[in-house]
Design a protein around this ligand. Structure first.
Ligand code: ZN
Length: 362
């Protein structure tokens, strides 16, 4: 087997119900280690909620609330970066903390990269383009499943280039995670399911692909097994034990998540054209990809039934030709994962007609 890429993981994590209370001491440690204020990026869902009052910001710090009703775009990253730079006035923060779901965790990572690297977000969409280390980052997920807490990317939608692509870099990785399953207790059930399934999807795509290594395979198998326990087991998927299991599955699955397959490209098409959130878009994608992932499709169907989640049909019924073209282009542009799944000749399998028939079935 080939030698793996030199792989970085998140160096520190804290896990357990109630761990959020330790955020203050983690930030205080940074205040002692570096000058500059602390920046916090918090999901707007928590604005005026008890969690916002527990964010350990002091005078001179800045809290940014991130609107998560849409996926992070390069324009929003650029806007936050320029506001943050104006606020910092030439200084660097002692740390940047992201508190939220995947969108917020990715937003904090992307903005942090732009604090030490000149230019616009889209200049760093790709692999190994970030040249300077970002400020110290602390990640606090409040939703489990995306793996954003431990991935080396931050997925950004670029409408102009019609693609979803992150800043794949070791500098994007968080320096510290704080994993408190209690924070996910108030997530609506549907959202918990869709987002949780993202872990299952990443790992299924990874293990069914051709870019493989023993470590990633082992992590994927573990996260898939945990997903089965959570979504097909006897206990409720949001039972206390499962909240923690889901948070850990997301973390383990996130470490395996570099190489996706067909589900994520098709999902990206939906997000680009219909602005559909990532988790539910993945579910729609797998719902029509049974011929490529037969076993997993069957498992997924059973999970939906068990958790009483449904996907209303006909979402691509009344689209314009331009939108249909966007769905095709927004999927097929993701060559790396499609080659991972189907080989260099993937366009012979995923013809325009074939891709459009997948969307028509949703
Ligand atoms: Zn994903």
């Amino acid at each position: 087997m080939a030698i793996t890429r030199n792989t970085k993981n998140v160096p520190y994590y804290l896990l357990g119900a109630g761990a959020f209370d330790q955020l203050e001491s983690l930030v205080d440690e940074r205040r002692r280690a570096a000058t500059g204020p602390a920046l916090f990026f918090v999901d707007h869902y928590f604005q005026n909620k008890p969690l916002a009052a527990r964010v350990p910001a002091i005078a001179g710090d800045r809290v940014f609330f991130v609107n998560t009703s849409a996926e992070p775009t390069v324009e929003v990253v650029d806007a936050f970066a320029s506001t943050a730079k104006a606020f910092l006035n030439g200084a660097q923060p002692c740390c940047v903390t992201g508190i939220g779901g995947g969108a917020v965790l990715d937003m904090a990572k992307a903005v942090a990269n732009l604090l030490t690297n000149p230019g616009l977000a889209e200049e760093y969409q790709g692999w190994e383009l970030v040249k300077h280390p970002a400020p110290y980052k602390i990640g606090v997920p409040t939703l489990s499943g995306t793996g954003a807490e431990c991935s080396r990317t931050c997925v950004l939608t670029n409408m102009r280039r019609k693609l979803k692509l992150g800043m794949n870099s070791d500098f994007t990785v968080y320096d510290q995670l704080l994993l408190d399953p209690e924070l996910t207790r108030s997530v609506p059930r549907d959202q918990y399911f869709y987002t949780g399934l993202d872990t299952f999807m990443h790992c299924v795509e990874s293990i069914r692909g051709s870019y493989r290594n023993v470590i990633v395979d082992s992590l994927s198998r573990t996260a898939i097994a945990m997903s089965e326990e959570i979504f097909l087991g006897d206990k409720d998927m949001m039972d206390e034990e499962n909240l923690e299991k889901m948070m850990v599955a997301s973390y383990i699955g996130g470490m395996a998540a570099g190489n996706v397959g067909i589900i994520h490209p098709v999902s990206a098409g939906l997000s680009i054209v219909l602005h559909m959130p990532h988790g539910i878009a993945n579910c729609y994608a797998l719902s029509v990809l049974g011929e490529f992932y037969p076993e997993e499709h069957a498992q997924f169907t059973e999970m939906m039934a068990r958790q009483k989640v449904s996907l209303p049909k006909g979402i691509c019924k009344n689209l314009t030709d331009e939108q249909l073209d966007g769905l095709y282009q927004g999927s097929i542009v993701h060559e790396k994962p499609l080659i991972n799944a189907l080989g260099e000749d993937f366009k012979k399998i995923l013809t325009r007609e074939k891709v459009l028939s997948l969307f028509a079935n949703m």
